[in-house]
Design a protein around this ligand. Structure first.
Ligand code: V07
Length: 250
């Protein structure tokens, strides 16, 4: 189980990624295929978040960012949205003790303002109770949109300029980074999307500029730790390019 940690990095392969981001797609299709209500797919998806979180923690991943609810998801049917908003509380009610025991730190990114009070409360308790943990950081993107994140950051930067705190010439990529939800986090080396769609769908737009992209036809509720391990192996074998020379040529 701890094979990744022991593995010595050999020539031509990369280390374990520090940060993996996942678009957990295919929950509705999973349910439909089984003639079950869509919300059952979300429930099974939530169960899989537990399994994949356990595994990521066990193999020594430092950040796991999961797209739980996008700024676009409000357009879903009302009953589906209210079910989704109960999942953070259900998940944490059952899983928070284990997260604490495993030294996992829970954080969220996104706009918390428009979430229901009960959702905010459940999440705030988990964030508070795990704030000093030093293992895996489990990042839930809740009411998150990459464009929304950039607009908010741009407004904050404009405010600093208009109050004379910041000169226009001093705006750099680092300035933008400091005004994103993910400031202080490394960028995801791997971005995974399940269920056969090949889009970023407004997830971590700025942060995924150099991410290696991975796609699978597997529906999220059926995505296994073994499939994740296989993608990590592929990642470690892909040659690293940053628009310039291969890493090994530098
Ligand atoms: C949600 C389950 C996973 C598949 C994708 C959509 C449905 C876990 C959470 C969660 C969020 C915050 C938190 C703890 C758990 C969650 C929503 C949807 C809205 F602090 N799964 N999950 N939140 N799904």
């Amino acid at each position: 189980m701890f094979g990744w940690k022991k593995q010595k990095q050999s020539a031509g392969t990369r280390a374990l990624p520090e940060h993996i981001a996942i678009i957990m797609d295919g929950n509705g299709r999973y349910a439909k295929q089984r003639n079950r209500p869509r919300v059952n797919g979300h429930y099974e998806g939530m169960q899989n978040v537990k399994r994949i979180t356990r595994h990521a923690s066990d193999i020594g991943i430092k950040y796991l960012t999961l797209y739980a609810f996008s700024t676009e998801n409000w357009s879903r049917p009302k009953n589906e949205v209210s079910y989704l908003m109960k999942l953070p509380g259900d998940f944490l009610g059952a899983f928070l003790p284990e997260l604490i025991e495993k030294n996992v730190k829970v954080v969220t990114i996104g706009n918390g303002d428009s979430l229901p009070g009960h959702t905010v409360k459940a999440v705030a308790e988990a964030v508070e109770k795990t704030r000093d943990n030093t293992g895996l950081t489990l990042v839930f993107a809740l009411n998150y949109g990459g464009r929304d994140e950039l607009v908010r950051g741009i407004r904050e930067i404009a405010e600093e300029v208009s109050t004379g705190k910041l000169a226009i010439e001093d705006i750099s990529q680092a300035t933008v980074d400091r005004h994103l939800y993910t400031t202080h986090m490394p960028e995801p080396e791997m971005m995974i999307r399940t269920s056969g769609e090949y889009r970023l769908s407004n997830f971590l737009l700025w942060q995924s500029s150099y991410s290696e992209l991975f796609f699978t036809d597997t529906f999220w509720p059926e995505f296994t730790a073994d499939e994740l391990d296989e993608m990590i192996s592929q990642y470690q074998k892909r040659s690293r390019r940053f628009g310039g020379l291969d890493e090994e040529e530098v």
